[in-house]
Design a protein around this ligand. Sequence first.
Ligand SMILES: N[C@@H](CCC(=O)N[C@@H](CS)C(=O)NCC(=O)O)C(=O)O
Length: 319
Amino acid sequence: MSTRDVTDQSDITKMKVEADGSFKRLDASFRNWIEKDGKFKPEKDRYHLYVSLACPWATRTLIVRKLKGLEDIIPVTVVSPRMGTQGWPFANIDNFPGAQVDPVRGANHIKDLYLSVDPHYSGRFTVPVLWDKKLNTIVNTESSEIIRMFNTAFNDLLPKDKAALHYYPEELRKEIDGLNEWIYDGINNGVYKAGFATTQEAYEKAVVRVFEALDKVEKLLVGKDYLVGDRLTEADIRLWVTIIRFDPVYVGHFKCNFRTIRDGYPAIHKWMQKLYWNNDAFKSCTDFLHIKTHYYWSHGSINGTRVVPLGPVPHVLPL
Ligand SMILES: N[C@@H](CCC(=O)N[C@@H](CS)C(=O)NCC(=O)O)C(=O)O
């Protein structure tokens, strides 16, 4: 195992921003695809998913895994939400409630998985990680691609009703792609751009864009249960993981505080509540202790005291 000091890559408080104080997310490094005729074939219990319940990107993959009934085909391991100088730890290092040890590699931290595949890896050690137990390597670390694979690649191994579920249907792709693009930039990644900005100018630019994008989504969702085509698609799943974290974390921690979702965006709020309360895949993949602890504890440069707020009460209002 590599012993070089990688804290510049694993310690979020050492993360560099751009010269103007703005945050630029790096592209994920492992981008392989699970497919029948490829190196990574769809097989039961060949792949393992590593997630944090705090992380919106990882939670997308958990939700699709659950919706598609992939629990027996792709086991999952949850890290501790307290991301320290070595990055995400497993439970043997930080025994936080709900955290687990790594049953596949016995790793101490997520970074160990990356470094076992590539000792010279120079990117960040992010979750989700989709691991291949057969070839002992990382398949993919990009949630938007992992959810596409979960959506279709394992269909032959699933019962008919689950195989038939499609969250990126051909006829809606153009519309979904269009929404994904500006929702990613303005909202999913937008809240991070506001929160990680280190200058007033960079923060202001980012936060204004977050609320412009939310205003646009609000208009789209008036009188509707879903963003596209009157059915649940990946566009909803990708947006939802950010919206459910908005009032508990992004309003305070990332200073996205023009309005809350519950008081400022009635249509988005209703859409979020309905998915949370009426579809167990959403509620069961949401853990507010992990979510709040992760952000408020791990980002020492934003919240030096590591005090985690108790509110909002309740985290999600009843329907
Ligand atoms: N593009 C990636 C982003 C994943 C990502 O940034 N995950 C964060 C947690 S929310 C992470 O693991 N960060 C660790 C770090 O940057 O050190 C995806 O969508 O899968």
